[in-house]
Design a protein around this ligand. Sequence first.
Ligand code: GKR
Ligand code: MG
Length: 434
Amino acid sequence: TPTARIPDLTISEVRLTPILVADPPLLNTQGVHQPYTPRLIIEVVTAGGVTGLGETYGDTKYLELARPLAAKLEGRAANDLNALFALADEVAVDPAQVENALDVGGQRGVQTADKLRLSILSGFEVACLDAWGKAVGMPVHALLGGKVRDRVEYSAYLFYRWAEHPGGAGEPDDWDAALDPAGVVAQAERFARDYGFGSFKLKGGVFEPDQEIAAIRALAERFPGRPLRLDPNGAWSVETSLKVAGALRDVLEYLEDPTTGTEGMAQVAAAAGVPLATNMCVTTFGEIREAFTRDAVQVVLSDHHYWGGLRNTRDLAAICRAFGVGLSMHSNTHLGISLAAMTHVAATVANLDYACDSHYPWQTEDVVTERLTFRDGHLDVSDAPGLGVELDRAELAALHQRWLDDDGTLRDRDDTAAMRVVEPDWVTPSVPRW
Ligand code: GKR
Ligand code: MG
């Protein structure tokens, strides 16, 4: 009978593996990335014998929520995704966790218990989709309704950075320091040469705005006509934001989170003459109404982790389409499982209006057997079952061992603490910084 061919999707085991992954000394307005960053790798094993993979933030407070949710999943069907969301609602969140779990100094927007749950849920949802796809021989994009493109475009993600971490900590890489316009242009040239990226995002909020204006001008001169973005993570006042917008509006594709809050963004948007994008002002469904009706943002950058997964990202896309707001995706430090997930959902969204950005080229380590490769600034959309990536168990074990060996100082990402190693008086800058 046809039902005899339906694989058993009952979840028999959920494995959670926290890891520490090497991260270069990338600068942002909060400080600098630590030598290692926590991530959580999730494996959902079905009674039918397939294992689905997921990845999300791995800081301690996420782990504390992931464990009870994992226990609730056993015995459920991997494709019962609506039930997964209801189960997550049952997991209690300690208000103290909300305080310090979600964020690196506000860079991921408002902090709520729901958002913390959604960030964990997204990792489980992706693992369930991967298991379901592998079990039925279909790619994740097909489970989401089908791809509308064969390749997804990404932009280069440029960072001011040091050549190495203080005292040579962490894993070395072969990138030079980039601390001025010439350094930024050299970084962009390497990204363009090695991966074919055609658009460029610079993480700003690090130096005085005039220096960052000069860096974008230098990029515009070196890459005429290419889409450019600047993202200071809300470091500027409305006045400074408008000054930067005025200086760069002829070359910017969009200005990303120049200032914080819907009110400030609305004031900037009204006079900037360039679209504003955000992954800070609108990061939950509850924030959409006010921001969209006030025209505070013109592009929402989804992060499928904190929006609650791939299906929620598609819901967000539908709302953006209804309001005529653009949609794209931004990223945080992440590995190949998350990049694959991002690419699958991006492939299904018709109104993906801009190239997504990814930290991935900065990661020298991964837990997948084959790294995903950018060509001509794009990733091919995999048609293999599930996400199309396999786990490298030896690498997973090694990165987990690093997490076990850590004395606790690196298990929670803290860019401010990392900067304090060099500047003992450094505190998280209050906003607006300029
Ligand atoms: O990793 O330094 C960083 C980024 O600043 C990241 O934390 C942001 O969330 O890349 C993100 C962004 O677009 O704001
Ligand atoms: Mg951003």
